[in-house]
Design a protein around this ligand. Structure first.
Ligand code: PMP
Ligand code: GLN
Length: 378
C-alpha cells in the first residue's frame, strides 16, 4: 500500500486496554486514572459552555490560559515565557510532540532517542523522513550514559528527545544530568525536545528539573506538557508547549495544519483552575501515597522492583515467577488472571529477554488492593 509506517502496529496502550475490556480485567495498563476529575473543574467547563465559549478559540490558545501557564512556569522554574509568542495550547502533549518533530526534522536528519521511549517519538521522526538514533538507558535505575550521547552526535543530529519523569521507568533526571546535557549541546544547533508531561508527579522530595530552569537548554528547547495527566482528565486531550519565539513560530505553522485550535470551554476552565497552585502542587503527595500503598500491598509477592521516583507507573520484575517473555506474560496475566499491564520490551531496543511489566497506580485504593491480591498469588 506504500505505507509510510510499515513497521507500526496498533499502540500497545490500545491493545492492552481493549484486552482488559474483553476479559473484564482490572486495567493497570494504559496510563489514566479510574477516578473522577475535580467537580469544581467540571463545573468550570459547564459554566464556560453556558457562557457561550463554544466556537473556535484563538489558534494559539485562549489568552487567559497562556497567561496562567506563563505564571505557573515562571513561579516553578524561574523562567519567563511570553504568552503571546512562546506558549501554544495543543491537543494534549501528543500533538505538541508531533508538531515539534514535524516542524524541525528534515529528511535524513538524525534524532537521538533514549530507550525505552514513549511510543510516538520514533514513528513521528520516521514519518518526517528522519532517522531515530537509539541509546539504551543503563542499569536498574535506567541512567543516561551522557558519554554515549556525546559520541552519538553527528553532523546530521537535528534533535535529542528527553522525558523526565520518565515513562515507563519512573526515573527522573537530576540537575547533574541536565548540566551534562547542557555541556554536550553547547556550541551545537541541536534542538532539545523535552517531554515533561509528568512534571507534577515526582516523589520522595525530589524536585522536577525542568529544561526551563537551564538557560543553555531552554534557549534551544521545546517543552511539552499535559493537563490530562495533571488534572485527572486524559480524555480532554489538552496540553501545551513552550519554546523560544523563533522555534515557536515554526511549531505554530504545523499546529495550524494539524488541529488549528483546541477545545474552547476546557481552556477557559483550566485558565481559572490554574489560579490556585494547590491544584497541581498537591499531586505528588497524592500519587506518592498511591505508589506506597501499591508497593506495600505487593511486598510479599515474588515481584521485585526499584520504587518509581515519578510518573504514575511502577515497573515490576517478574523473573522469579516465570521465564517467559513480558509480552507472553502480560497476555497470560490479562486472560487467565484478570489483570492488565504493559510489557516494557515494546519500548526497548532489545525486544526479547525482558522481564518487566509496567503497572499504572493512578487507581482507587480498592482497585489497587484487588490488583495486588492477584499479584501476590502469582
Ligand atoms: N508523553 C508521555 C511520556 C506520555 O506518557 C504521554 C501520555 N500521557 C504523552 C506524552 C501524551 O500526553 P497527552 O495525553 O497529553 O497527549
Ligand atoms: N501515556 C499513556 C501511557 O503511557 C497512554 C497514552 C495513550 O494511550 N496513547 O499509558
Amino acid at each position: 500500500t506504500g505505507s509510510k509506517l510499515p513497521g507500526n502496529k496498533t499502540s500497545i496502550f490500545s491493545v492492552m486496554s481493549k484486552m482488559a475490556n474483553e476479559y473484564k480485567a482490572i486495567n493497570l495498563s494504559q496510563g489514566f486514572p479510574n477516578f473522577e476529575t475535580d467537580q469544581e473543574l467540571k463545573d468550570l467547563v459547564t459554566r464556560a459552555m453556558n457562557n457561550g465559549f463554544n466556537q473556535y478559540p484563538p489558534d494559539i490558545g485562549v489568552q487567559a490560559l497562556r497567561e496562567q501557564i506563563s505564571r505557573k512556569v515562571e513561579s516553578l522554574y524561574a523562567k519567563h515565557y511570553d504568552p503571546d509568542k512562546e506558549i501554544t495550547v495543543t491537543s494534549g502533549a501528543t500533538e505538541a510532540l508531533f508538531n515539534a518533530i514535524s516542524a524541525f526534522v528534515h529528511k535524513g536528519d538524525e534524532v537521538i532517542v533514549l530507550k525505552p521511549a514513549y511510543d510516538t517519538y520514533e514513528p513521528t521522526i520516521e514519518l518526517n523522513g528522519g532517522k531515530p538514533v537509539q541509546i539504551q538507558l543503563k542499569g536498574q535505575d535506567y541512567q543516561v550514559d551522557w558519554e554515549e550521547v556525546r559520541e552519538a552526535i553527528s553532523p546530521k543530529t537535528r534533535m535529542i528527545i528527553i522525558n523526565t519523569p520518565h515513562n515507563p521507568t519512573g526515573t527522573v533526571l537530576s540537575s547533574e544530568d541536565m548540566l551534562d546535557l547542557e555541556n554536550i549541546l553547547k556550541g551545537t544547533d541541536i534542538i532539545l525536545l523535552s517531554d515533561e508531561v509528568y512534571e507534577h508527579l515526582i516523589f520522595d522530595g525530589l524536585e522536577h528539573q525542568s529544561t526551563s530552569r537551564f538557560p543553555g537548554l531552554a534557549e534551544r528547547a521545546v517543552v511539552c506538557a499535559s493537563f490530562g495527566k495533571t488534572f485527572h482528565n486524559t480524555g480532554w486531550k489538552t496540553g501545551y508547549c513552550l519554546a523560544p519565539r523563533e522555534l515557536m513560530k515554526e511549531i505554530r505553522k504545523v499546529h495550524e495544519l494539524t488541529v488549528f485550535s483546541v477545545n474552547h470551554p476546557m481552556q477557559i476552565a483550566y485558565a481559572d483552575y490554574l489560579k490556585d497552585p494547590q491544584h497541581y502542587l498537591e499531586l505528588s503527595g497524592f500519587y506518592q501515597q498511591k505508589r506506597d500503598l501499591f508497593l506495600n500491598l505487593i511486598k510479599d509477592s515474588r515481584f521485585t522492583c526499584t520504587p518509581s521516583s515519578g510518573t504514575y507507573y511502577q515497573l515490576l520484575n517478574f523473573s522469579e515467577i516465570t521465564s517467559e517473555n513480558d509480552v507472553n506474560f502480560a497476555e497470560r496475566l490479562v486472560k487467565e488472571k484478570g489483570l492488565a499491564a504493559i510489557p516494557v520490551s515494546v519500548f526497548n531496543i532489545n525486544q526479547k529477554d525482558n522481564s518487566q511489566l509496567r503497572f499504572c497506580f493512578a487507581k482507587t485504593d480498592e482497585t489497587l488492593e484487588k490488583a495486588a491480591e492477584i499479584l501476590c498469588n502469582l
